[in-house]
Design a protein around this ligand. Structure first.
Ligand SMILES: [Zn+2]
Length: 467
């Protein structure tokens, strides 16, 4: 039974899709005005793990929006002289490139805001008709005083909202300072705008998620995710907009991912600790190592990103790779060692139970590494048999479906001549070692490494593989 922490109640609750079959899930997507930073990407990796785990139990219909219209995008596109479509297209493409490098699966439906303006206009129309929205100047606002549940998700006191909070950073007149904008009249002649019955303009940011979530997933979603900083005001406003027109619960489970810190501090350009995925790849880090680090901590906890931890992540992935290499190439006797088989069953249960426990990824990784240690010992003492190998290989396929952290195994070398050369070098190295000429042995090992060949000395002799 899967348990998730529901922000709406603050409790861990048992999750099941409302129809028992298909999970209807919505995640807030990127605002495509720049490259995604690793804090953003942590959220998308967490949502990917959740998606993969849900998919192991039920069908899934996952919708993600692309915010391709907002103040920042408009300002940048005016500065650069590009229209917003071409300005945002390159960052949308970059986002999916980065996601693919991090092995993040694509949602079933990707919904760019500018392709759904009609749905948003329709929603504003309905909010106007029911008195939840009002006109002020040429813009349309949401009347928060009409919606008594406002603040429930973020547990904000209503009075607190009234006096202090700046809910929307726009400069228009409003009935109350906390009301938020639904439809903005253009201020600058160069701004993009759409015609609407209530006057031309463009949607406020919160509107798109309500309109597109309900369009594709119906009035009540099973699951809505995002980073914690979206709880207020974004998700609070989504609830207000959606429930005002439907009268039903908009989302059954709100699940929010915690922040990422870098070296213990909030990431910021001025502190010089701001990284996009591209920055890290340029420094020579592998995307899989970055994925591993991003998922190594439960989504409910802040993750402190450091370069030391990247190194540890690389070492952890190397342990997996070394183990799978040994497993694949070992000469095994037929049969099935019952003790090791029982250990495998226990490890698989521990892995599933950890993920079911509010997506405890660190617990799931723990189960993998405890088992690797046991299996390595079994290999060394001849207690891992052919049937064990088949069962372990199956489990690692499951792990890769669920966490997508299994390093690629190298392709076998095709060229016989090259194989001969490599094996001749290994033989020379072994001879050098027998003669205790370790300097020469190391030199040959380095030569092999330079050719992209890694060697490993085992009980059964020296094995080699492509790096
Ligand atoms: Zn959203």
């Amino acid at each position: 039974m899967l348990k998730l922490t529901n922000t709406l109640t603050g409790n861990q609750e048992e999750f099941e899709p409302q129809d028992g079959q298909t999970v209807r899930m919505y995640t807030c997507g990127p605002t495509v005005y720049n490259f995604a930073h690793i804090g953003n990407l942590r959220t998308f990796v967490f949502e990917d793990i959740l998606r993969r785990h849900l998919s192991s139990k039920w069908k899934i219909k996952h919708v993600m929006n692309i915010t391709d219209i907002d103040d920042k995008i408009i300002n940048r596109s005016i500065e650069t002289g590009e229209d917003i479509k071409s300005y945002t297209a390159k960052y949308t493409a970059a986002f999916f490139e980065d996601s693919a490098k991090l092995r993040i699966q694509k949602p079933e439906i990707i919904a760019p805001a500018t392709d759904h303006i009609d749905d948003m206009i329709d929603l504003v129309d309905r909010l106007l008709a029911t008195g939840y929205a009002y006109r002020e100047g040429d813009s349309i606002y949401y009347r928060i005083s009409r919606f008594p549940n406002y603040g429930r998700l973020s547990r904000l006191d209503r009075r607190e909202l009234k006096v202090g909070a700046r809910i929307d950073a726009d400069e228009y007149e409003k009935e109350e300072p906390r009301d938020f904008v639904l439809w903005k009249a253009p201020k600058d002649p160069r701004e993009p705008r759409w015609p609407a019955p209530f006057g031309e303009g463009r949607p406020g940011w919160h509107l798109e998620c309500s309109a597109m979530a309900m369009r594709y997933l119906g009035e009540t979603l099973d699951l809505h995710c995002g980073a914690v900083d979206l709880v207020f005001p974004h998700h609070e406003n989504e609830i207000a907009q959606s429930e005002a027109v439907t009268g039903h619960t908009f989302v059954r489970f709100w699940v929010h991912g915690e922040h990422l810190l870098v070296d213990g501090e909030k990431m910021s350009k001025s502190k010089g600790n701001f990284y996009t995925l591209r920055d890290l790849l340029e420094k020579g880090y592998d995307p899989l190592t970055i994925r591993y680090l991003l998922l190594s901590m439960s989504y409910r906890k802040q993750l402190n990103f450091t370069f030391e931890k990247l190194k540890e992540s690389q070492a952890a992935l190397d342990r997996i790779k070394e183990f799978l290499f040994r497993l694949r190439t070992a000469n095994l006797k037929p049969g099935r060692d019952p003790d090791l088989a029982a250990r495998l069953v226990a490890a698989r249960q521990e892995f599933e139970a950890s993920l079911d426990d509010d997506l405890n990824t660190s617990g799931a990784l723990g189960a993998i590494f405890v088992f690797i240690k046991e299996a390595n010992e079994a290999l060394e003492t001849g207690r891992l048999d052919e049937q064990n190998r088949a069962e372990i290989t199956d489990w690692f396929k499951v792990i890769d479906d669920r966490l997508a952290i299994i390093p690629p195994m190298e392709h076998p070398v095709q060229d016989d001549k090259e194989v001969e050369e490599i094996e001749a070098l290994i033989e020379r190295r072994n001879e050098a070692r027998r003669n205790r000429n370790f300097a020469l042995a190391d030199q040959i090992k380095q030569e092999l490494l330079n050719r992209g060949v890694v060697i490993e000395d085992t009980r059964e002799g020296t094995r080699w593989r492509r790096k």
